[in-house]
Design a protein around this ligand. Structure first.
Ligand code: FES
Length: 110
């Protein structure tokens, strides 16, 4: 099995009915997961960029999805599917996180 250069963990957590805390699964988390995989595959990066669905990662933004990328420690919160092409171009292919989309509180990079 190859060792990935980047590993994207994408929150798809859903909460039970009646729980009022926001969740990524209710805010396009599954669509963001699918779009990231499509973007990676379109660029031929499946051997170097792994993408895994996860449960809650912690930040639980009021709007949008949450993604953390290792080994660089980049956190994206409040994502939409419209952000995915830029992440594909700059982060997956270019190796640099998209600064304007980073969660500055959680990320180890700028
Ligand atoms: S539900 Fe996605 S980070 Fe908590």
């Amino acid at each position: 099995m190859p060792i990935p250069e980047k590993h994207f963990f994408v929150c798809t957590n859903r909460r039970p009915p009646g729980v009022e805390v926001p969740s990524c699964g209710a805010q396009d988390g599954f669509e963001i997961l699918a779009a990231l995989r499509e973007e990676r595959d379109r660029r031929g990066l499946a051997a170097s960029v792994f993408i895994t669905a996860t449960g809650c990662l912690g930040p639980c933004p009021a709007k949008g999805g949450t993604v953390v990328v290792y080994p660089d420690g980049s956190w994206y919160t409040g994502l939409s599917t419209a952000d995915v092409p830029e992440i594909g171009e700059q982060h997956m292919a270019g190796g640099k996180p998209v600064s304007r989309l980073l969660d500055k509180e959680f990320s180890r990079v700028e």
